[in-house]
Design a protein around this ligand. Structure first.
Ligand code: CP
Length: 331
């Protein structure tokens, strides 16, 4: 593994090896695998979990990290050949090469700007760093969130054992504003690759994820002899599910419109995860990537239930990321 940009280009055994190492690191958190190694954590967007778990994880392995908080302060140009007479003071061609002289690994969080999905789906900042850096690159969330999906898989395996054939209800849930599709994309890819039978529940066909992720999910599901189906019927999606994973995301076809035209219709509050819906499942576990608006996305009763894996999944970010760091630059 040269970089960690997503799980779609990893094999199922490679993903399982990362999860197995994460389990070992959870049992024995500290070692010297990153002794003498330096990591730059570049954030164009805010974070609680990602920033904390990466910094602590690198320290646990004997390495050093520097956080570069570029949120709104240090725009970087990514277009090759750009005439840089706008906001950006720096091109990724220099930023990536300079950082590569200081550190052994660069990790990046760069959400889409929600201006033009046809452009943003190319993930230009991440791939700009990959093109110009001479050290490994980790995706800390762009249009996918592969660290989160590993944490989800580990939490699910800890509770369910093998995930093969287990039914996952991946549900859109209410949020007043449109959010990134990254976690939903990643949950879909991870679950199908690891052999889960996945139902994507969303309010209408307008909310279906980008074709490239849907097609990859279908391919992975088929390879595992499982299914990936889309439904807008709440009862159908929850019925018999072994796991419920919730996330809100915005319509791709509305990206670029003014925010007042993109607000989520109030009628979709009915997608909130609650006890009645969970009662339709096969005593399913519940999880969400966090942060999560209580009693808007999910009721307190579900979030605080025995079946809730939200804290376990968040903790697992620490362990899976240490496994990824070890695989990329560990001794
Ligand atoms: N789930 C997640 O990535 O959390 P943060 O945005 O707080 O890093």
């Amino acid at each position: 593994m040269q970089h960690f940009l997503g799980t779609d280009d990893l094999t199922k055994p490679q993903i399982q090896a990362l999860l197995d190492d994460a389990r070992a690191l959870k049992a024995a958190p500290q070692n010297d695998r990153l002794r003498g190694k330096r990591c730059a954590l570049l954030f164009f967007n805010p974070s609680l979990r990602t920033r904390t778990s990466f910094q602590i994880g690198i320290a646990d392995l004997g390495g050093t990290s520097v956080v570069l908080d570029a949120a709104g302060t240090w725009p970087i140009e990514v277009t090759p050949g750009a005439i840089m007479d706008g906001e950006a003071e720096e091109h990724v061609a220099e930023a990536a090469r300079v950082l590569s002289t200081y550190v052994d690994l660069i990790a990046i969080r760069a959400f889409p700007k929600f201006q033009d999905w046809s452009v943003e789906r190319e993930d230009a900042m991440l791939h700009g760093f990959v093109k110009h850096a001479t050290v490994p690159v980790i995706n800390m969330e762009t249009i996918v969130h592969p660290c989160q999906e590993l944490a989800m898989l580990l939490a699910l395996q800890e509770r369910h054992g093998s995930l093969e054939g287990k039914k996952l209800c991946l549900t859109w849930t209410y949020h007043p504003k449109p959010l990134n599709t990254a976690v939903a994309n990643s949950a879909l890819l991870a679950a199908t690759k690891m052999g889960m039978d996945v139902t994507l529940l969303c309010p209408s066909s307008d909310y279906i994820l980008d074709d490239k992720f849907m097609e990859a999910g279908r391919r992975f599901a088929e390879a595992e002899g499982q299914g990936l189906r889309v439904t807008h019927d709440i009862a159908e999606a929850y019925s018999g599910a072994d796991a419920v994973y919730a996330k809100s995301w915005g319509r791709l076809d509305q990206i670029g419109l003014p925010m007042e035209q993109r607000l989520t219709p109030d009628e979709f509050r009915r997608f909130r995860v609650d006890e009645e819906k969970m009662a339709l499942t096969n005593s399913a576990t519940f999880s969400h990537c966090l942060p999560m608006r209580r009693n808007v996305k999910v009721t307190d009763a579900v979030a605080d239930s025995e079946q809730s894996l939200i804290i376990q999944e968040a903790e697992n970010r620490l362990h899976v990321q240490k496994a990824v760091l070890s695989a990329l630059i560990g001794s």
